[in-house]
Design a protein around this ligand. Structure first.
Ligand SMILES: [Zn+2]
Length: 139
């Protein structure tokens, strides 16, 4: 079982392609060809202008922490064994934001703008995308 197989929410037709890319250790970013909006969610059209013409950009996985929460209680049994953990809003260098687990830094040491890089754990029961601090910290 891989992290993708063990997703709490499971796969659905809309997100299947995205998670399969993540399972191959790629982080796809969608770019609207009409307005240049970039986003990570596997939406069929641009959330800003509704244009369905999207292209995929391969993210480097590098970004900066915009904001975060420390989860101390989880309703899901699998996640409740992992608390406390940090979920961050990460602004990728490709100008798309996503929410993902942040590890490798104590919650009280986290600061806005912390430079992070995506990792893709192979073990089941772990999130399929985990961001960890880049060497060098903040920009
Ligand atoms: Zn657009």
């Amino acid at each position: 079982m891989t992290p993708i197989d063990s997703l709490v929410t499971g796969l659905d037709p809309d997100s299947d392609g995205f998670w399969r890319e993540v399972g191959r250790k790629h982080l796809p970013v969608r770019r609207c060809t009409a307005c240049d909006t970039r986003f990570v969610l596997p939406l069929p059209a641009c959330p800003e202008c509704g244009c369905p013409d999207l292209e995929i950009i391969e993210s480097s996985g590098a970004g900066s922490l915009y904001s975060w929460v420390v989860v101390n209680y989880a309703f899901d049994e699998q996640l409740s064994r992992q608390v406390p953990y940090v979920v961050g809003a990460i602004d990728l260098d490709e100008r798309a934001r996503l929410f993902a687990r942040v590890e490798g830094v104590e919650p009280e040491a986290i600061v806005p703008g912390l430079r992070l890089t995506a990792t893709f754990p192979d073990d089941a029961g772990r999130p399929p995308i985990v961001f960890v601090p880049e060497k060098g910290g903040c920009r």
